[in-house]
Design a protein. Structure first.
Length: 132
């Protein structure tokens, strides 16, 4: 039987990956914010791995994969935290402070790219139940 939380997290990661790529393609103001960014974000959620490439004002993602040299890695310790964060119910900064999420790598890049998840929240909140 499928683990519903794990399935939910994988589906949300896939949706966010697709949505961020589409937002970069369709929304000029978002695309402008991506100018000059060249990074790889590795996501680790329990035993789920994926990464996102932000380059040339485009966003592409790869599911079920580990990148050799990410710019930074976001590790979410458990599925409940991941579900809450991806649904907009858990604040990422607070989860980091609480030790539920770890970020390793280029701290400056993390700060500069925080807008990606923030902007997506506005578009995805209604779909995921977060109401962003």
């Amino acid at each position: 039987m499928v683990d519903s939380k794990k399935f939910g997290v994988k589906m949300l990661i896939s949706m966010i990956a697709y949505a961020s790529g589409q937002l970069a393609e369709l929304e000029d103001s978002f695309k402008k914010k991506l100018a000059g960014i060249d990074s790889v974000i590795q996501w680790k959620v329990a035993d789920i791995n994926s990464y996102t490439i932000v380059k040339d004002q485009k966003i592409e993602s790869k599911m079920d994969a580990v990148h050799d040299s990410p710019t930074y890695t976001i590790t979410i310790k458990d599925l409940d935290t991941a579900l809450g964060m991806f649904q907009g119910k858990i604040d990422m900064a607070q989860a980091i402070a609480d030790g539920k999420i770890e970020v390793q790598g280029d701290a400056e890049a993390v700060q500069k790219q925080a807008f990606i998840m923030e902007d997506l929240a506005g578009y995805l909140g209604d779909l995921t139940g977060g109401g962003g």
